[in-house]
Design a protein around this ligand. Sequence first.
Ligand code: NDP
Length: 502
Amino acid sequence: MTATSEPFARAKSLEATLAARPLGLIIDGKSVPARSGKTFVTLNPATGKEICQVAEGSAADVDLAVQAARRALGNPAWRDMSAVDRSKLLNRLADLIERDAAELAVLECMDNGKPAALTQAVEIEGSIKTFRYFAGWPTKFGGETLPVSPRSGAKILNYTVREPVGVCGLIVPWNYPMSMAAWKVAPALAAGCTVILKPAEQTPLTALRLAELALEAGVPPGVFNVITGFGEAGAALVNHPGVDKVAFTGSTEVGKAIVRGSTGNLKKVSLELGGKSPQIVLPDADLNAAAAAVASGIFFNQGQTCTAGSRLYAHASIHDELLARIADHAARLTIGNGLDPAVNFGPLVSQEQWDRVSSYVEIGKAEGAEVVCGGGRPQGLGEGYFFEPTIMANAGRDMRIVREEIFGPVLSALSWSDADDLVAQANDSDFGLSAGIWTNDLRQAHRLAGAVKAGTVWINCFNLVDNATPFGGFKQSGWGREHGRQAMELYSEIKSIWVNLS
Ligand code: NDP
């Protein structure tokens, strides 16, 4: 353990600054306390200790933020900003994230627990890429001229324009705090919207820094607001008549509550929800590559990933060999405080999440599955919410560990031999976010890719995500697609304009 290394030193100095006074909400360009005066604690999951106090926003604060966002929508400094200037502004924000990358990485690592290298790559570099990618869209996202054929024979010019959808409530989870915020804030600002970001109660810190950096980049006050707090603050945003759109990433259960809550003014809603992604391994697959990817597909970010490949369908002829190799990868993970550069497997985000994951292991055992490795708290790591990488074999299609999202490092392994039944089993799920297919048979690979019901299919790879390609789910994994042109469409309205030229 290198407790004297640079990330630990940086964390120590950040802790001292953060502990000095509670962090405020960001409303109308200012950091302000909650109207109730209440604060809550954010904890470091690697130690279980308090990092700092954060303002607990409620409906009254949400109302102020919505008013500020509505005013900002009509502010000429934002409304009339040229596409080139909006693009420059998003690039400037990316530059500032780059400037503060080391500080942001440590902040996220302290608040969420994920290993430093992963934080740097996914949260920080990923967010920089997202802002740069969407910085390219304002100058390219427009309407079309369309060849209409009116019955009267009149000469008509018809064209479409894109307008910002308006005030957006962006509600994000704790598993990828900064990158999930970036996935929503970047296209919303690129489309000319104003936003109120509600981070998860477990991980509020980088959202607040991101809004401060946006102000420094020149985003006018009120364009980017942050309400920290609990689910009630999220619900107040969803219910508020001044919000035009809600974009949410999180559990399917809360996603359904958001749909119900947004009916008052029929908000536009996009949802990126849970998953139970199958990893399908055929007998001819490259077993080394498959084992490495199945292991990282479930143990990456301690399994707290919506696309986690949590259901393994291994052909009977290679099942035992594959499981042994995956277990070998699990054994080689270094578990500990993510600030230690040698660590590549951190704690779960909270005690609540630890209890949830642990309870699923018990449910699996009671249902007849067998623990191949892991299953509990690793030895000698003190107070943090650490959970071992876990493989459960002999899982059956009706078991809860095969049907429900565990959201932890638990792989449920099943064996198959009938190809038609394999597709039926892979699709026998409420979810449809993603799937992995491992084979060297091109025909089988494409046949399966067509047959599985999932928003993303990876063939001989897993968990590749890019701003250029749509991301989202079939079935109860969500509504709409993030990234690419599809994200710009989520944050805009299209208007058709008819001009009589006769
Ligand atoms: P939630 O879905 O409860 O939380 C996600 C976000 O929604 C948070 O900001 C949360 O605020 C907010 N929220 C909670 N209730 C409401 C509401 N009624 N209206 C509006 N917003 C609300 O996830 P949890 O953190 O509770 O995690 C529970 C389970 O959800 C996990 O074990 C996992 O299975 C799944 N999950 C899936 C994710 C995914 O990427 N697919 C991400 C996170 C969780 P607050 O934090 O204050 O409660």
